[in-house]
Ligand binder design. Structure first.
Ligand code: UDP
Length: 330
């Protein structure tokens, strides 16, 4: 029997690369696509030797072509950290809207099932806690996060429209904060920020008073949830995340303990529209997919810390690459 064929966009990114690994292990032929603006080939270089792994450097905001048939599409291409989408707001809007449109069109043409990566950001700064899928959110469309949040909300609307109008088989995962190996050290997210600071012997920067909460999911758990959702028959949005909620201040204390750093925490201004609380309600995922996270924060953080420690020392001091500028000039 010939292998099932899947297209994964954003394949060289943190989540995309773990998904490539998973689908290769499941016996799929993986067609990986990335424009490498925030992704890194290092995350997938171990797969290039495989015949069943094919890579395309391409920006999915432009027309997407893949030869032959396709069984599945995972659309994971997008900048996903606040720092990134502040630097490249228009690309962020385009990949969530035009990129999604192109991939839905491809799914329709190939009669492939498509799963799009949405986000807890569709809930904005939520007034319902924990967040259930039927909550519509509290998003500022013109704030700094609007470019990401609204692109993802548009993505969900477009995906549902292709489902109802064109009968495309669609899936929507709402991803909450996720961490693990291959996160970028300098992407501004809280976990690499704190671990990077600890490894460099710097103080840990807490934004605001640290009372805002997040709920962190280990990447292997997330990938399992996504795999099960793709194989399910449910077209509505499904939260996938770890409900174990913690304040950022407590999180900093955990990182200090884990790394044994002698540094202290310092406080910086809270970014505009930074959500005050976030915790997924995963009752739907449990019921539909029989899924819940298995990896505790203590275990997941240990693995992630080992990964960051194993990186060449100079990467700790490397400023973010200049790919953004190069890309924007194009
Ligand atoms: N944060 C922080 N210090 C940092 C980086 C982030 O206190 O050096 C805070 C940030 O303000 C937010 C939380 O940590 O409240 C999570 O931020 P992240 O960028 O990881 O993801 P978000 O969930 O905000 O998209």
């Amino acid at each position: 029997m010939s292998k099932k064929k899947i297209l994964i966009t954003g394949a060289a990114g943190f989540l995309g690369s773990h998904l490539c690994d998973r689908f290769i292990n499941e016996g799929f032929e993986v067609h990986a696509m990335d424009n490498l603006i925030t992704g890194d080939l290092k995350n997938i270089e171990h797969l290039f030797k495989l015949r069943e792994f094919i890579f395309y450097e391409h920006d999915v905001s432009n027309f997407v072509h893949v030869p032959g048939h396709l069984d599945y599409i995972l659309h994971f291409a997008s900048p996903a950290s606040p720092i990134d989408y502040l630097k490249i707001p228009i690309q962020t809007l385009k990949v969530g809207s035009l990129g999604t449109h192109n991939l839905l069109g491809l799914a329709k043409e190939k009669k492939a099932r498509i799963l799009v990566a949405s986000t807890s950001e569709v809930y904005g700064d939520p007034h319902v806690h924990p967040q259930t899928e039927d909550y519509w959110g509290n998003v500022n469309p013109v704030g700094p996060r609007g470019v990401y949040d609204e692109a993802k909300r548009f993505q969900e609307a477009m995906t549902m429209a292709y489902h109802t109008y064109h009968k495309v088989e669609t899936r929507i995962v709402r991803i909450f904060n996720t961490y693990g190996p291959r996160m970028r050290l300098n992407d501004g997210r809280v976990l690499p920020a704190f671990i990077g600071q600890a490894l460099r012997g710097e103080d840990l920067t807490i934004f605001g008073d640290g009372s805002q909460t997040r709920s962190f999911c280990y990447v292997d758990d997330l990938v399992e949830g996504i795999y099960r959702l793709l194989m399910s028959d449910y077209a509505g949005p499904v939260n996938v995340g770890n409900p174990d909620e913690i304040t950022i201040k407590e999180f900093a204390e955990e990182i200090i303990k884990l790394t044994g750093t002698k540094q202290k925490v310092i406080y910086k201004p809270l970014p505009v529209d930074d959500p005050t609380q976030r915790q997924p309600d995963i009752a739907l995922a449990k019921k539909l997919l029989g899924w819940e996270p298995k990896v505790s924060r203590a275990e997941g953080l240990k693995i992630t810390y080992e990964y960051f420690k194993s990186l060449p020392k100079e990467s700790l001091y490397k400023k973010e690459h200049n790919k953004f500028e190069r890309y924007i000039k194009k």
